[in-house]
Write a protein that binds this ligand. Structure first.
Ligand SMILES: N=C(N)NCCCC[C@H](N)C(=O)O
Ligand SMILES: O=C(O)CCC(=O)C(=O)O
Ligand SMILES: [Fe+2]
Length: 338
């Protein structure tokens, strides 16, 4: 376990009604102090590492954490024909099942299979052509088996959206945002164009070179990753250019920040390169939930980030402006081999 990745408690930013029943509520003074602590820790983690753990055992039960990974595993063990019946090409080219080696990273086939589900298209159905759906505008393709897959994973999505919002709020406080500034930032993510991937990794063939998921940065705001507890699979490139293990810790979710935060903070929160090299002889399941901006969000340097950087004697670099949906389209259009 890497002791240099911090463990942070999002509890003071979560709605009290979303916590597990046995969790006592905090007094308002306690709440304030705990929020400050969380916000400061997140700021340091984003500035210095770009990866951290969220302690979620007050929010997600052991059972539900186990259940979603097991449902993923059961899905990947279904017959190929059944999985391929919800292949990407049956929807808009990005929603659905991807067979082994169909994912491409930096021109190389990844050694995993996967299932991608997205927030609903931001375009109304009337704008969709009846002939052919455009990329990202198609329907999701949920597996019909195992039967509990859809209801349980839908519940997971709802929980990850609440968690994503809570972390964004903590990040706003960590940057010292004023109420109105958090309102503006919150407005850019409140209709999050989220993505949930369920990924299945067979072990890499013995002795063969290869990579389970090539090095990359994530695209949006926050990746909330839940994965089988297999050591040395997920690796993160440290600021001193060494690959370090980001092994799962029980009761925690692994978080990393995506490229939109790099733009919002002018590079103060760089998005960290990571990869998966899965060599142990087990089938690894992971469920990254990408909590992203709204499809139409216009992302550019935040005033609060400029102030914060200046206060710490750091330089920010204006990276211009992107519309998140356009940025995402550019990325996903090269992600698969059809
Ligand atoms: N939505 C996100 N972040 N997906 C990351 C997928 C893995 C990397 C991808 N093949 C690539 O080449 O970017
Ligand atoms: O499976 C993992 O641990 C990470 C996957 C990942 O980085 C991604 O899908 O973006
Ligand atoms: Fe990733």
């Amino acid at each position: 376990m890497p002791d240099n990745l911090p463990i942070i408690d999002p509890l003071p930013y979560l709605p009290a009604s979303s916590l597990l029943p046995h969790i006592p509520s905090l007094s308002s003074t306690e709440l304030q102090a705990r929020r400050e602590e969380t916000a400061q820790k997140i700021h340091k983690a984003c500035r210095d590492i770009g990866f951290f753990y969220l302690k979620v055992d007050s929010y997600l039960s052991k059972e539900e954490m186990k259940e979603v990974l097991e449902l993923g595993r059961e899905f990947f063990h279904r017959p190929d024909g059944e999985k391929e019946s919800i292949g990407l090409e049956k929807s808009d080219g990005v929603r659905g099942y991807q067979k082994l080696h169909q994912n491409i990273t930096k021109g190389k086939a990844d050694h995993h299979e996967g299932l991608d589900l997205y927030a609903l298209s931001p375009y109304s159905p009337s704008e969709q052509s009846s002939q052919k759906v455009r990329p990202l505008e198609g329907p999701n393709q949920w597996p019909s088996q195992p039967e509990m897959f859809k209801p349980k994973l839908e519940r997971w999505i709802e929980k990850m959206k609440i968690l994503g919002w809570a972390v964004m709020h903590a990040m706003a406080d960590g940057l010292g945002m004023k109420e109105q500034e958090w309102g503006e930032l919150g407005g850019m993510v409140q209709d999050s164009f989220w993505v949930m991937r369920v990924i299945g990794y067979p072990p890499l063939p013995n002795g063969a070179d290869g990579i389970s998921c090539g090095e990359h940065k994530d695209y949006g705001c926050l990746t909330l990753l839940h994965a089988d507890p297999i050591p040395s699979s997920l690796q993160v490139l440290s600021r001193s250019n060494e690959w370090i293990d980001a092994d799962p810790i029980e009761g925690c979710i692994i978080v990393n920040i995506g490229e939109m935060w790099e733009i919002w903070t002018g590079g103060m929160y760089p998005s960290t390169l990571h990869r998966v090299v899965h060599r142990s002889p087990t089938y690894r399941v992971s469920i990254p939930f990408f909590y992203e901006p709204n499809f139409d969000a216009q992302v550019k340097l935040l005033k609060a980030a400029e102030r914060k950087a200046e206060g710490e004697g750091r330089k920010v670099e204006d990276r211009g402006e992107v519309v998140y949906g356009d940025f995402l389209l550019g990325k996903v259009s090269g992600n698969f081999k059809y």
